[in-house]
Design a protein around this ligand. Sequence first.
Ligand code: ZN
Length: 443
Amino acid sequence: MRSRPEPGARCRLVLRDARVPRALVEEPEAFGGRAEHDCLRGDLLIEEGRVRRLLARGAPVDAAAERDLGGRVVLPRLAEPHCHLDKCHTVSRLGPVGGDLHRAIEDQQADRARWTREDLRERAGRGLAELRASGCGAVRTHVDWDAEHVPQGSAPLAWEIIGELAAEASPPVTVQRCALLSLPDFDDRSYVSAAARLLASGDGALGVFVLGQADMPARLRRVIELAERHSLALDFHVDESLGQGPEGLEAIARALVETGFEGPVLCGHACALMNLEGERLARVIELIARSGVSIVALPATNLYLQGRGEGTPQRRGITRVRELRDAGVRVAFGSDNVADAFCPVGRLDPMHALELAVLTAHLDPPFAPWLRAVSTDARRALGLDAQPVDRCRSADLLVAGAFHSADVVRGAARQSLEEYLSGSGGDARPAAGYREPFRNGES
Ligand SMILES: [Zn+2]
């Protein structure tokens, strides 16, 4: 970085020629820069560690330091709204796996005996490192909370280990742990009350697996009452099936509307919405919108497990992403399972989930609005502040080796701004031979 002492500069840094996806700016009119496709382009002014605005390119600035980004895209750190750090990286020892959701649950269950302190630290630590390398500043991981094996008033070992890993992370990353219980567990009020007290003491979220169980409305009421009493965020694995439903999602949305629970509530999967069409679909989506829930689509695991039959699948495992967003429902994308019985491949990288969703759900460019689903909207879905670029600390910025939002989505290298400026930890420069289409043409 070129540095020169400037007594009056007040720690100003100028990043010359930056592109910022317009949809990731809270107040684009006030932010400055020139509109170019779905981005704003200009010189990014950072003062005292905070983003201030985009200046016209080449504007004279009294700055302590400056760096030319050459038109690269700047975005806020990503958020991973749904993953399973307790299960990840087990596939290599599972033997032959493959089948539907129920088979995956059985196969994964058989692996539990190996979940020692060392094993969990190694696998969850690797998963968390992968999320941080992908540019995540916030992560929600589910942790299996199997009432049969976790005594009342205690937490699973994975809960503790992931808590330790989160506390050790440097630079820091926000890790939300979400207990994954099953709906029938809420019949034992003293058990779930003890669990809720434990979650509340550690900033945990309350997660519930909802798929085809009996007495949904009454049991969901108990879930919501408990969350209300302990001020817990709710997170459902719901209607993870193309074969039945979507009675779970509908019951959750109705219960939320009736109770007025203010959330945050995040519903994952919801593949069963694919079973509805026309007016019936419109009515359910309107109810979902009214309930205020956010939906996280999880394409990798759903593509692998759903629509299984004898041969090649005919249906796609994904929820009604486009219809939900058109109705004003907040949509996010998450990595879900990676290298385990539920998905033997995958990546702990929400941008990869977005790329899969582009193909699976036919999301079309411009992609800047969809980038919200792995950053600002994903954070809102987790109950965090949105962190748009114009409200960001410089420590929360990423630089991508991309000159267009489509290149960001297809996996251009991402580095934190700090790594980029110091030239360490990867390379946000585009691959050799990459020709920047607008670099000389429109400036
Ligand atoms: Zn999941």
